[in-house]
Design a binder for this molecule. Structure first.
Ligand code: BG6
Length: 513
């Protein structure tokens, strides 16, 4: 575990002021014995508590089906925090105080009696904290979201005259457009849109937010950020891990629903959006929605040209998706997708956006590479192999956060030979290793503050399903045959073929390939 360093002091001061402005709160986690709670939520809460970034006092009530005592629950959480928190209990030294704020309640998610007990427990906590503010967090399997929301409504827990009530809903929000619309309808029957926080943890990543600052706080890039100068945009969200123990869920979802509909399309919208008129939830999300509206729908006859679907299968004894636990032995589920999309508006008309994401790829990396047009005429003699690549600007999201600009220069010495070099900005060296907050830290604070800017609105979710659905339907009907790829590669060779048809190769900037 690398040594923890504090956030830059100006940021920390600002965050402390935000925390101080928040009123005491009870956080209710549904799905408290699950993976997300152990690996992400409670480690993030622990780090926030250590940095004094949580409202004071606060209480956390964990709910799940398994019968657990408060003590057993706290023991489970400690293991998760030790393994995953940016600031561990040993570094913070306040574990007992932190754990003392947690309690546990076994619950039947659709059992009205459970919600009566929950209601009593919340009333008790409100008295202790002198606050009726409650943040509900749905970290359960999505199948029970509708039940939980309905029961919260029926038990009168979704509103309170003397405090705010908010609900955070994890992805996946629906599994297609129709189910997302239905879920939005069900949730809206109980909560108002401004109480709903649909989480996409990519929006909590520092470097994703930095995309907004990079684009809209610098005058030098924006004039180039359009079809006149940009040739193509490449967005990669690659993972080197497989489906792990989540085979059962993943086999129903696949990469389009698990990664593209949410994380990857969020990156596309932030890259393509117009400048919002203000930095607030409404203005920001209005602009994102306009991009999603402008994304051209892939027609059934285009699915094979505009997409590649892959599945990992090793020929030499390595991991094979169909042999993973919980996966059907003849599964057709895609663990890799590459898409070509167009954004039909004045800024981006004709510029292809290539997106790819997959499991078991060569390395874990998320990046956005903007490839600029070539110079109109190259006067230098071609004394090197091939042609120099055009300039690219790479926004490196993870794991090595930073920005790289590639351009061509003269090789020193006689003649006029050229080389491509990179100008590199590396976040790690700028702010200190391990200082970047985890996405969940940022998003939890925002939800507690009532700032929904980095959460998805109902129309945003539905529009992103509108983009993904025709591709998924095409795949279900056999368009774009399932292509197998060897783990540790960049996916099926059909991706290279898709790009070759456009005279391109996949542009990378944050990795050496
Ligand atoms: C989740 C997906 O939303 O994002 C997982 O369900 C994926 O399948 C994960 O592994 C990737 O997140 P990160 O932050 O590790 O890139």
């Amino acid at each position: 575990m690398p040594e923890s360093r504090p956030l830059p002091s100006a940021v920390l001061q600002q965050e402390k002021r935000r925390a101080a402005a928040a009123k005491p709160v009870t956080i209710v986690i549904f799905g408290a014995s699950g993976d997300l709670t152990q690996r992400k939520l409670v480690p993030a809460l622990h780090t926030l508590a250590c940095e004094n970034l949580l409202p004071q006092p606060f209480a956390v009530l964990g709910l799940a089906r398994s019968p657990l005592s408060d003590e057993e629950f706290r023991r489970q959480l400690k293991a998760g925090v030790e393994a995953n928190a940016r600031i561990t209990p040993a570094q913070c030294g306040r574990w007992d105080e932190f754990a003392g704020r947690f309690s546990y309640l076994p619950i039947g998610y659709d059992d009205p009696a459970s919600y009566e007990i929950l209601s009593e427990r919340l009333a008790q906590l409100a008295q202790e904290l002198r606050s009726h503010n409650v943040l509900f967090y749905l970290a359960t399997p999505p199948q029970v979201y509708a039940d939980i929301v309905e029961r919260l409504g029926a038990a009168g827990l979704a509103q309170h005259d003397e405090g705010w009530r908010r609900i955070v809903i994890e992805k996946p929000f629906g599994h297609d457009l129709a189910s997302a619309q239905e879920l939005n309808r069900q949730v809206h029957q109980v909560f108002n849109e401004d109480q709903i926080y649909r989480i996409d943890h990519y929006l909590g990543k520092e470097t994703v937010q930095n995309l907004l600052v990079f684009r809209f706080a610098n005058a030098i890039f924006e004039p180039l950020w359009n079809r006149n100068y940009v040739d193509a945009v490449f967005i990669t969200v690659a993972e080197s891990v497989g489906v792990g123990r989540r085979g059962g869920y993943y086999d129903q979802a696949g990469v389009l629903r698990d990664m593209i509909q949410n994380h990857v399309l969020q990156l596309l919208t932030l890259t393509a959006m117009e400048p919002p008129v203000a930095f607030n939830a409404t203005a920001l999300r209005n602009e994102k929605v306009k991009v999603l509206e402008a994304v051209r729908e892939v027609q059934p006859y285009e699915v094979a040209q505009m997409s590649v679907r892959g599945q990992y299968r090793s020929r030499n004894g390595g991991p094979t998706y169909r042999q993973e636990e919980g996966v059907r032995p003849n599964s057709q589920t895609a663990t890799f997708a590459a898409l070509k999309l167009y954004v039909d508006n004045w800024r981006w008309q004709g510029v292809p956006f290539y997106l790819r994401s997959g499991k078991m790829l060569r390395t874990k990396i998320s990046e956005i590479v903007v490839r600029f047009k070539r110079v109109p005429y190259l006067m230098f003699p071609k004394d090197y192999e091939g042609i120099r690549p055009p300039n690219t600007l790479s926004l490196c999201i993870q794991p090595d956060e930073g920005i790289r600009l590639s351009f061509n220069l003269k090789v020193p010495g006689a003649g006029m030979r050229t080389q491509t070099v990179n100008m590199v900005f590396d976040y790690g060296t700028h702010v200190g290793e391990n200082a970047l907050p985890d996405a969940y830290e940022r998003l939890l604070v925002d939800a507690l503050q009532g700032d929904a800017s980095l959460f998805a609105r109902s129309d945003e979710i539905e529009l992103s399903w509108r983009i993904v659905d025709p591709i998924q339907e095409g795949w279900n009907e056999g368009a774009a045959p399932l292509a197998f790829y060897e783990p540790g590669t960049w996916g099926p060779r059909e991706v290279d073929e898709m790009l070759a048809r456009d005279g391109l190769v996949w542009a990378t900037g944050c990795t050496d390939g």
